[in-house]
Structure formats: structure tokens, C-alpha cells
Design a protein around this ligand. Structure first.
Ligand SMILES: *Cc1c(COP(=O)(O)O)cnc(C)c1O
Length: 377
């Protein structure tokens, strides 16, 4: 058989990068997804195609649940709808036992459409209109208040409907995670959160059932959860001491990092991201240190998003053509771009050929199909 001709080329040696002068750059390939040949998938569904592994989602959920049970059994996981509200994905997580956490009435309706009871829904987000609140109050959903105007509106809705809504407040705080998400909820350090709780008690129209925070996303420090749990437990303790109100739950939001690697991250996510065990150990420690009696111990709710699905997805794309750029760099044009995979903007996605490649590998830039300069990785 004739050997394939590989034209000679000159490549700049980048210090610290692998190339033909460093260790051999073997390009790993993947021709199947959990045993199903990629070729077969493309023949059936065409290209480009997004694929999610049900097994991977279920396994991740169970890993999370097991770790959570170990460190704080009085707990549950809510599925953050905005992370991925494909019906199939949300349904899998509901089958596993996750309740819905939504940030808009659109997501709220989606959860109900999937057979979830309104009283199991956690309704978050900064933008809830009057009609949205009326719906949630009527259903008995847990409404997490974001700001004072929402509180006032909710009180008037409660009065109108003659129902006492179940509420929590969202709290923001400075626990060393930057940029600090000050835009959501009431501040902890300046006393605004406690004043708001007091305001709700004085108003007498809403029932405080929980306290909530969501400090950020892709948090690589498990200890951040220790501090945020401490702060919310402290608020819960004050609520009990001052007004005799014992909350049902502490909701620590989401934010666990998946094993993906961010563009600006030096250590690969595989090594840098804490495991669920490490996150829950930190949270469990805060709960163990709290001085609640056995009966009063609040339930812990986690509103998990990306860690459950980020590692379960694949995007299969085909090469439309190849190019040499004026800089000498190689480029490949694909039929999937940031329109299919917006996560390419923050994750350093692992791009693999679906068949073995021959010849020397070279640094290549990937262009998507859009006629926009932003569609490149
Ligand atoms: C997005 C979001 C989550 C999920 O966050 P992840 O970082 O994906 O785990 C949880 N709670 C709220 C309020 C959110 O907005």
C-alpha cells in the first residue's frame, strides 16, 4: 500500500507546548459514544448532533446523592432548570428524585408540564411578575424573594388571595468568592438580610420557610460552602432567637464545578475541581457546628446545575473544509459552532477526531459555520 504523503512544514517551537520536537503528540480519537459508533449516530441523526448520556446523568446524580447522604442525610437536591431544560434531561433527574428549581415562569410551567407539583417547586430569580407570583402562591410553591419590591408585591398578592405564601429570602455575601454576586438577594454583612427577615415577620403576611443563597458558579473552593452555610445558619439561629421562627430549610444554591477546564485555568478540571464528597464534607461541617436541636435541624437543599450534566454531553460535528491562514496556522471549518455549543466560550472543550488520524498533528483553529467572527475556538 502506498504511504500517505505528508507535506513538509515549518512550525514555531512554543516553549512548554507539545509539538513534534517535544514528546510525541498523539491525537486521541473516539469513534463511539458508550459503545454506539459515531458513524451510526450521524447516519441516523445527521450532523451536527448533540448527544446526552442518560447513564452519565443518572450516575452523577447518584454520586451526588450518596455523598450528600453521607455528610447530611436530612437533605435534598433540586434540579436547576435553567442549566438545561430539555424535557428528557429534566425528566431523568425528576425520576431520580430531584425537585424543580426554576428562575422564570416559563421554567415554572415547564416543570408543571412534566408532572411536577407546584408545591415542590422552588421559584427563584429576580424577575417575577404579579401574575407569576399569583400562580406560585396559589400552587403553594416556595418563593425565594430577591428584592424589596418583590416582597411588597408578594404581600399584596397574599392579601388579595387570602393565602400565606411559603417564602425564603435570597442572601448575598462576601465570603472570598469574587466577583461577588451582589445583584441577587439581600446582603448579609450590612445587616440587610436580617432586617428583611424582620420586615417579613412584622408584615405578618408571609411564612418564612427557608433561607437561600447561590454564591456563584464553577466554585473551585469547597470551603466557600462552609462559610456560606455558616452565614445562613447564623441567620436562621437569629430568626429563632428573636422571633421563635424555625426554618424548614437552608438552601445553598448550586455552583459545584464540573470536571471541565475553563479557558483561563492552568490545572485541568479533572484535577482542579473538588469532588462532591469534598463539597459536602465542608457543608456538613458547618451544619454540625450549628447549635440547633435535633428536631429543629434544618433540611439542606442543594440546587444543582452544571455538575450534573456538563460531563454527560457530546457534540458531533463534521469537517466542511480546511484552510491555511495567512499566519501559517491550520484551520478547520466545522458544521457546529457556538450556536450549538455556547459553552465553548468558557470551557476548554476536549475536541477529538472520531477516527484515527495519520500524519503529524498540528495546532489547529476550529471555525464554526456562522458567518460571524466570534464563531471560533
Ligand atoms: C443557575 C442557578 C443554580 C445552578 O447553578 P450551577 O452553578 O449550575 O450549579 C442554582 N441556583 C440558582 C438560583 C441559579 O440561578
Amino acid at each position: 500500500m502506498k504511504k500517505k504523503y505528508n507535506p513538509p512544514f515549518i512550525e514555531k517551537t512554543d516553549v512548554g507546548m507539545t509539538n513534534k520536537f517535544g514528546f510525541a503528540s498523539v491525537v486521541d480519537y473516539q469513534d463511539n459514544i458508550e459503545g454506539v459508533p459515531v458513524e451510526e449516530i450521524v447516519a441516523k441523526y445527521d450532523s451536527p448532533v448533540m448527544i446526552f448520556s442518560e447513564t452519565a446523568i443518572r450516575n452523577k446524580y447518584r454520586e451526588m446523592k450518596t455523598a450528600l447522604q453521607k455528610y447530611y442525610p436530612n437533605s435534598e437536591i433540586s434540579w436547576s432548570y435553567k442549566t438545561n431544560y430539555l424535557q428528557a434531561i429534566s425528566s431523568i433527574l425528576h425520576q431520580e428524585g430531584a425537585k424543580p428549581e426554576v428562575v422564570s415562569i416559563m421554567e415554572y410551567d415547564m416543570a408543571k408540564g412534566l408532572g411536577q407539583s407546584g408545591s415542590d417547586i422552588i421559584f427563584n430569580g429576580p424577575s417575577k411578575r404579579k401574575a407569576d407570583l399569583e400562580q406560585a402562591v396559589t400552587d403553594g410553591a416556595s418563593i425565594h424573594i430577591d428584592h424589596l419590591d418583590e416582597l411588597v408585591l408578594l404581600e399584596s398578592v397574599a392579601e388579595q388571595l387570602g393565602i400565606t405564601p411559603r417564602v425564603a429570602i435570597r442572601v448575598n455575601m462576601d465570603i472570598g468568592v469574587y466577583p461577588q454576586w451582589q445583584r441577587f438577594g439581600f446582603n448579609y454583612e450590612n445587616g440587610e438580610a436580617m432586617r428583611t427577615l424582620q420586615r417579613i415577620v412584622t408584615g405578618g403576611k408571609l411564612q418564612i420557610v427557608g433561607i437561600h443563597t447561590h454564591i456563584g458558579t464553577f466554585l473551585l473552593e469547597a470551603s466557600a460552602y462552609y462559610f456560606s452555610a455558616k452565614a445562613l445558619l447564623e441567620l436562621a439561629m437569629q430568626l429563632k432567637d428573636k422571633f421563635g421562627i424555625v426554618v424548614e430549610y437552608i438552601d445553598l444554591g448550586g455552583g459545584f464545578a464540573s470536571k471541565n477546564t475553563l479557558h483561563n485555568q492552568y490545572t485541568p478540571g479533572e484535577f482542579a475541581s473538588p469532588n462532591p464528597e469534598q463539597y459536602f464534607a465542608a457543608i456538613g461541617r458547618a451544619f454540625n457546628e450549628a447549635q440547633f436541636t435535633r428536631e429543629e435541624n434544618p433540611k439542606l437543599i442543594m440546587e444543582t446545575g452544571r455538575i450534573l450534566v456538563s460531563e454527560a454531553g457530546y457534540c458531533v460535528s463534521s469537517v466542511i473544509g480546511k484552510k491555511d491562514l495567512p499566519t501559517g496556522q491550520k484551520a478547520v471549518i466545522l458544521d457546529a459552532g457556538v450556536n450549538m455549543l455556547i459553552t465553548a466560550w468558557w470551557y476548554n472543550l476536549n475536541i477529538k477526531p472520531a477516527q484515527p488520524l495519520s500524519g503529524t498533528s498540528r495546532n489547529t483553529i476550529f471555525y464554526g459555520p456562522l458567518c460571524m467572527n466570534i464563531d471560533a475556538r
